[in-house]
Design a protein around this ligand. Structure first.
Ligand code: FAD
Length: 503
């Protein structure tokens, strides 16, 4: 075991919060290391509903601070990553005698439109569902709806782009590396990590430690730090189902359920509809989280209340489940637990400080990182100043409204590309799509075809630039090509990856 350099900051966890903090910190001039025990975004950050949203529902719980911050972030994040984030209109049908009166929804949406930050996103409007195409897939009892704006994000890609940018700016970013112990020694942290593939251990020293282990934040405190009786997070499971396209309209739906909860039905990967989510307390190890039969029934029934053609279990082509690491504020119901984040400094004189991160949302990760950096500055000295609001994530260096122009540019440069393939590449990689295709002048130059629109040149890029190590990394996190490959094709990709990683 060899002792390495002293970092200013060592971050545990490669979800959106850990990667966001690492990126912000290295950009301000701190020396930074980050360890993720599995793949980036393999925890909660690939299991979200994927909305960049203010959270209309949180207004009912008076979470005005959170909603305002989140609303303001929508256009900031969109400008930062116009490839993986884009605006989405939501249709919220309502009926007389429904769950919430129309005036209440109207008031919520008025606040939503006016709490701040909305420059490009269009305002709320009322729809007559008997005339508007959004009414077509719905039951005829729904004749009126509100339509409002929020945003969509490819969550797992936003995480890896933060990790990539942090690494490009000089951070040491370690994937599949678990932090197994952290001890305070002579005013510094002594951190031991284990490479999950080889079993090799390594030590690092750091002036400050950030515990951004999401649902594992308490486990890290108990395991790596040896703390007793830790109970800071409330784990709340949320599951989603993906079914063949239920509607052709580009807008998403916001459905209110009789239990006062809400679910979304969202256009997904061109050919599908994403339906979710559920909200229930969870007590098992987060790594075992899996959709239950009861959740499947709940989501099918809730969506079938609205769609003219019901949603059946047999329609499901994929599902995923994750746990929200919510700060435990003692709320009685899972859906009422605060969605806001809490940053807690753990320090004593002469001892190296620890910052624990609880809760949070994809939408507020950048602001969470800024707040974390304020706290870090207080204890180890301020470096630099906030810079990420006007930054671009890798591949996001084009105008927010210029996605289609980028697709056209790619099609012009690579005449052999199918339009749908070019669209997907620009969505995933933005201006870096041309790096992936560099030198190709015919389809054959993209290398081996693995199925769907996945070719060898893209897989190589993901291995070389985005730490992809398994077929699952490629098919379900860096892309969603898993929806389009057969089991046999996925197995062939796995074999190829084993060789690609060695060479
Ligand atoms: C069902 C659901 C829907 C959601 N929908 C939305 C939404 O639409 N919009 C929105 O803004 N937010 C949404 N969220 C919230 C958002 O997804 C989470 O707040 C966010 O992803 C949490 O990120 P994180 O980095 O804290 O945790 P994670 O992504 O879980 O990251 C923590 C990481 O730490 C790693 N780790 C743990 N222990 C160790 C160790 N010892 N060593 C090294 N690494 C370790 C884990 O492997 C993990 O990758 C949703 C959440 C859920 C569950």
């Amino acid at each position: 075991m060899q002792v390495e350099t002293v970092f200013d900051i060592f971050v545990i966890g490669g979800g959106i919060n850990g990667c966001g903090i690492a990126r912000d910190a290295v950009g301000r001039g701190y020396s930074v290391a980050l360890a993720e025990m599995n793949d980036f975004a393999s925890g909660t950050s690939s299991g979200a509903t994927k909305l960049i949203h203010g959270g209309l529902r949180y207004l009912e719980y008076y979470e005005f601070r959170l909603v305002r911050e989140a609303l303001m972030e929508r256009e900031v994040l969109w400008a930062m990553a116009p490839h993986v984030i884009w605006p989405l209109r939501f249709v919220l049908p309502f009926q007389r005698g429904g769950i919430r009166p129309a005036w209440l929804i109207r008031l919520g949406l008025f606040l939503y439109d006016h709490l701040g930050g909305r420059k490009l996103l269009p305002a709320t409007r009322t729809l007559d569902l008997r005339r508007d195409p959004a009414g077509k897939p719905l039951k005829p009892i729904f004749s009126k709806a509100f339509e409002y704006s929020d945003g969509w994000v490819d969550d797992a890609r936003m995480v890896v782009l933060n990790a990539r940018d942090a690494a490009d700016r000089g951070a040491t970013i370690l994937s599949r590396t678990k932090v197994t112990s952290a001890r305070r020694e002579n005013g510094l942290w002594a951190v031991t990590v284990r490479d999950q593939a080889t079993g090799r251990t390594q030590s690092f020293r750091a002036r400050m430690l950030v515990n951004a282990a999401g649902p594992w934040v308490d486990q890290v405190l108990a395991g790596a730090f040896g703390r007793n009786n830790v109970h800071n997070v409330r784990l709340v499971q949320g599951s989603h189902i993906i079914v063949k396209k239920k509607f052709t309209d580009p807008r998403a739906y916001f459905f209110q359920n009789p239990d006062n909860r809400i679910i979304f039905a969202i256009p997904y990967e061109n050919d599908f509809t994403l339906i979710g989510t559920t909200d229930r307390d969870y007590t098992d190890d987060p790594k075992n989280v899996k959709i239950s039969e009861a959740e499947i029934a709940y989501l099918c029934n809730a969506a079938s209340e609205y769609f003219a053609e019901s949603v059946k279990k047999d329609d499901i082509v994929w599902s995923y489940s994750a746990v929200r690491p919510l700060y435990d504020d003692g709320a009685s119901k899972a859906q009422e637990a605060t969605r806001d984040y809490v940053l807690k400094l753990d320090r004593a004189p002469e001892e190296a400080p620890l910052l624990n991160v609880f809760g949070g949302k994809l939408t507020t990760y950048r602001r969470l990182a800024e707040h974390a950096l304020e706290k870090i500055g207080e204890v180890i000295g301020v470096r630099g100043s906030p810079w990420t609001a006007k930054s671009r994530l890798p591949g996001g260096d084009f105008e927010v409204t210029a996605y289609l122009a980028e697709v056209d540019k790619l099609l012009k440069a690579y005449l052999f590309l199918e339009r749908s393939h070019a669209e997907r590449l620009v969505r995933c990689y933005g201006t870096n799509a041309k790096e992936i295709l560099a030198g190709a002048s015919r389809a054959e130059d993209m290398g081996r075809h693995f199925g769907g629109s996945l070719y060898e040149c893209e897989v190589r890029w993901l291995v070389d630039r985005e730490w992809a190590r398994s077929a699952e990394d490629v098919l379900w996190r860096r892309t969603k090509q898993g929806l389009f490959l057969t089991a046999g094709e996925a197995a062939e990709l796995e074999k190829y990856m084993a060789v690609a990683i060695v060479h």
